[in-house]
Design a protein around this ligand. Structure first.
Ligand code: GLN
Length: 461
């Protein structure tokens, strides 16, 4: 048996064991055909021996791509995402597709037509979302790395809940070609790893300009991460006061205090800063993302992709209504209705245009602090550790508020990562580093310095 076949077989076994535990991180996987994923010699082999899981909204040629939605039931993509082609060419083995909230709309992976993913450390809890399957797969050790997608925190939030590293790059750093669109001005593919170097190595491989996505930055791929610096002397880290508000869980607050002390111990200079428009981030995000989604999801009409349900009448409206009404789940329908409303004549200025102005202010807040000599910001990734399954399903606003610290970076297009900084009653807690535009290398370097001293698996109180 070739080395690659053996790796594929071992990985399929590990995934089957995870699924047998009821974690339900995967929606499609198989030990078959690792040869169909042949790496190319130009790929350089940077990911040789690595296994990578793909969120179910990223197109590849081996598995189904269904975005956790009935409307794409059984759909196979005729093309692969640029990010997938690059990691395959670099020698990685694609292990399967992971569960996610339908069309990446959600913060718990409960809004999947396949049912929820469970937290790998506590089956009564959510792994976060929307890339919860990818986070759980890496946390449980079934794969070494995974891709997820970020529109408003869907890599960093589940990374924090599951105790792994998640990176959201600068908007345009990674091609969106082959990532199913949700909110195009916010969407980016992000990476998961068990450690900072792993997630950063995967990001380096998939980054760089792509003629197939005109919104990519005109930049070469990022270099692979260096070795962890022993000191952060000369590094200025901003502590934005708006991210330490009421409602911060005591375990998260304790973890942040300890991590901040350790940053100081590494020689970093900590500075109090303010991002005064932070409070508009969740409301602006939940106007802009649904607005863009309502337009992007118009293509699922029963004519071109996946599911088709003829309606009662022999006309096209009836076909649309029956297909979309039965194909989309409740959260996606809510977003489409909300998005259509905020874009409608008469309401456009009151909602959409206003949210765009709020986004500008949020972007300007970041530009101001980074312009004043701050190298990175350090914040909690989420206000609480992983919540219980079902706890927020009936209350969309409570669900949306779990994105309060993460959706700012998508609005401002800046890079950010979450790394595990401790545990509270066994549950992982994530700390977030936010960098200036194109500042991935800086936040990766700081995270690498923190990693060995931060006590990722130690209780915080
Ligand atoms: N939880 C957010 C939402 O539901 C973010 C989703 C995402 O980043 N894909 O829209």
């Amino acid at each position: 048996m070739s080395e690659r076949r053996a790796l594929a077989a071992r990985t399929a076994q590990a995934i089957a064991a995870l699924e047998a535990r009821g974690v339900h991180a995967f929606v499609d996987y198989s030990p078959q055909e690792p040869d169909a994923q042949t790496p190319s010699p130009q790929g350089g082999g940077a990911l040789k021996g690595e296994t990578v899981a793909l969120k179910d909204n990223i197109c590849d040629l081996t598995f189904r791509t269904t975005c956790g939605s009935r409307i794409l039931e059984g759909w196979r993509s005729p093309f692969e995402a640029t990010a997938v082609r690059r990691l395959r060419e670099a020698g990685a083995l694609i292990a399967g597709k992971t569960n996610c909230d339908e069309f990446a709309m959600g913060s718990s992976t409960e809004f999947s037509c396949y049912g929820p993913t469970r937290h790998p450390l506590d089956a009564t809890r959510a792994p976060g979302g929307s890339s919860g399957g990818s986070a759980a797969a890496v946390a449980a050790g079934a794969v070494s790395l995974a891709l997820g997608s970020e529109t408003g925190g869907s890599v960093r939030q589940p990374a924090a809940f599951c105790g792994v590293v998640g990176i959201k790059p600068t908007y345009g750093r990674v091609s969106r070609y082959g990532l199913v669109a949700f909110g195009s001005s916010l969407d980016q593919i992000g990476t998961f790893g068990r450690d900072v170097a792993g997630a950063a190595r995967l990001l380096a491989v998939i980054s760089g300009r792509d003629p197939l996505d005109a919104t990519t930055l005109d930049r070469d791929p990022l270099p692979p991460p260096g070795s962890a610096p022993a000191s952060l002397a000369g590094t200025v880290i901003g502590i934005p006061r708006e991210y330490y508000g009421e409602g911060l869980h005591p375990g998260v607050a304790a973890a942040m205090r300890r991590a901040t002390d350790r940053l100081r111990g590494l020689g970093a200079e900590l500075r109090d800063v303010s991002l005064p428009h932070t409070r508009y981030a969740v409301p602006a995000y939940y106007v802009l993302a649904p607005a863009e989604a309502s337009s992007n999801l118009a293509r699922y009409d029963g004519v071109r992709y996946g599911r088709r349900v003829p309606g009662d009448e022999p006309d096209v409206r009836s076909l649309y209504r029956a297909t979309r009404g039965s194909g989309f789940g409740p959260e996606v329908r809510r977003r489409i209705i909300l998005g259509t409303y905020v874009l409608s004549a008469g309401f456009h200025d009151a909602y959409y245009a206003k949210a765009q102005r709020a986004r500008e202010r949020i972007r300007a807040d970041f530009a101001t602090v980074f312009g004043a000599g701050v190298h990175a910001l350090f914040t909690p990734t989420t206000p609480t550790p992983a919540f219980k399954l079902g706890e927020r399903l009936a209350d969309p606003v409570a669900m949306y508020l779990s994105d309060i610290y993460v959706c700012t970076a998508n609005l401002a297009e800046v890079p950010a990562l979450s790394l595990p900084i401790g545990r509270d009653e066994g549950l992982p807690i994530g700390g977030q580093l936010i960098g200036p535009l194109e500042g991935e290398a800086a936040i990766v370097r700081i995270a690498q310095a923190m990693e060995p001293v931060v006590g990722a698996t130690e209780e915080v109180r």
